[in-house]
Write a protein that binds this ligand. Structure first.
Ligand SMILES: Cc1cc2nc3c(=O)[nH]c(=O)nc-3n(C[C@H](O)[C@H](O)[C@H](O)COP(=O)(O)O)c2cc1C
Length: 317
């Protein structure tokens, strides 16, 4: 159990700012890395595809030098959706290889060639999984580490308890493991480590930041929302995920009686599937801990203070 070498001594908190479709863009990623946590964005957010090259140059340039506080920024990550409908995968991966992106996070499919391409220049691959079976597959195909996406995570999410999922994976895997799902406090980050993960993977909390590329009404709904405002459905993309109830109602649908869909509806083609995500807002069950829209730096400050308090509280027992 340990952070991958690329992250050792580089983080203020053991935390990856998770990739968020439409929402993550260079300003958010740069702010996250400058605040001392890994910043990540889905390659599909760069649109048209040619923009990926510009974004990677912009991020690398911004993170080259230490920040105003003298701190060396944390590394960043690019998320690749490895699914047959993602027609950009090969080209986007080639751009990432050219830019030597330090961390690639793969979702939905584990493919050996993708891992080999990232290893060719010394990068690492973290693959996100919702169960132990997919975790085995990912490591067999050559991923370096895992993101365990447990119940309550924003966007596509599993249904497993974080305790059960991490414990099962830790029975056979001692490499880098991050835990995801409804973590929005410093105590939650420490709990992920206590459960056996090397760090936490947090998405929804970063939607309510000034740097996030999200509608102000979406940010306000995250601030106002609680667990009861989250609905789990596969209607919008063909895969089960968590969404804000108010956005479903605003689309004229009854959140209590949503029809079901199936995985054949998954489509990362022409617009990367943006239609579904623009009006129906993804969010995880942890949003009850988010009280305001702040800068990324202020959010990371809060998480770091809470993390220290939680550690001190446990040490006192
Ligand atoms: C609006 C939204 C968009 C997301 N888009 C992606 C994505 O493009 N690729 C991906 O791998 N995960 C995506 N996720 C999942 C996150 O990377 C992460 O697993 C999740 O946000 C963690 O749970 P939390 O939101 O409760 O912190 C998305 C999540 C949300 C809320």
């Amino acid at each position: 159990m340990t952070l991958p070498p690329i992250l050792q001594g580089r983080l203020r908190l053991p935390l990856i700012g998770a990739p968020l479709f439409i929402i993550s863009h260079p300003a958010l990623v740069i702010a996250q890395a400058r605040a001392g946590v890994v910043g990540a964005f889905p390659a599909l957010n760069a649109r048209p595809a040619a923009q990926l090259d510009d974004w990677l140059s912009e991020i690398a340039e911004a993170l080259r030098a230490p920040g105003p506080d003298g701190r060396q920024p944390a590394p960043f990550a690019v998320n690749q959706i490895v699914h047959r409908s993602n027609t950009r995968l090969e080209a986007d991966l080639a751009v990432c290889v050219r830019h030597k992106v330090p961390i690639v996070i793969t979702s939905l499919g584990a493919v050996e060639e993708v891992n080999q391409a990232v290893h060719s220049y010394g990068g690492i691959v973290l693959h996100d999984v919702i169960n132990d079976r997919f975790a085995h597959k990912a490591i067999e195909k050559g991923a370096d580490g895992l993101v365990a996406v447990a119940a309550g995570a924003g966007g596509h999410a599993g249904t497993l308890s974080p305790f059960a999922l991490v414990a099962e994976i830790r029975r056979w895997f001692d490499g880098p493991l991050f835990l995801s799902g409804a973590i929005a406090t410093g105590a939650g980050i420490l709990a992920a480590q206590a459960a056996g993960a090397d760090g936490a993977y947090v998405g929804s909390a970063f939607i309510a930041t000034e740097e996030a590329r999200a509608d102000e009404r979406y940010k306000a709904a995250i601030v106002a929302g609680r667990t009861q405002d989250i609905v789990y459905s596969n209607l919008f993309t063909g895969i089960h995920g968590n969404y804000l109830r108010a956005s479903i109602e605003a689309a004229g649908l009854d959140p209590e009686h949503l029809p079901t869909s199936d995985p054949s509806k998954m489509d990362f083609g022409a617009d990367g599937g943006a239609k579904a995500w623009r009006d129906i807002w993804g969010a995880g069950q942890g949003i009850g801990s988010i009280d305001a829209v702040t800068s990324v730096a202020a959010l990371v400050d809060r998480l770091a203070a809470e993390y220290d308090t939680a550690r001190a509280r446990l040490a006192l027992r």
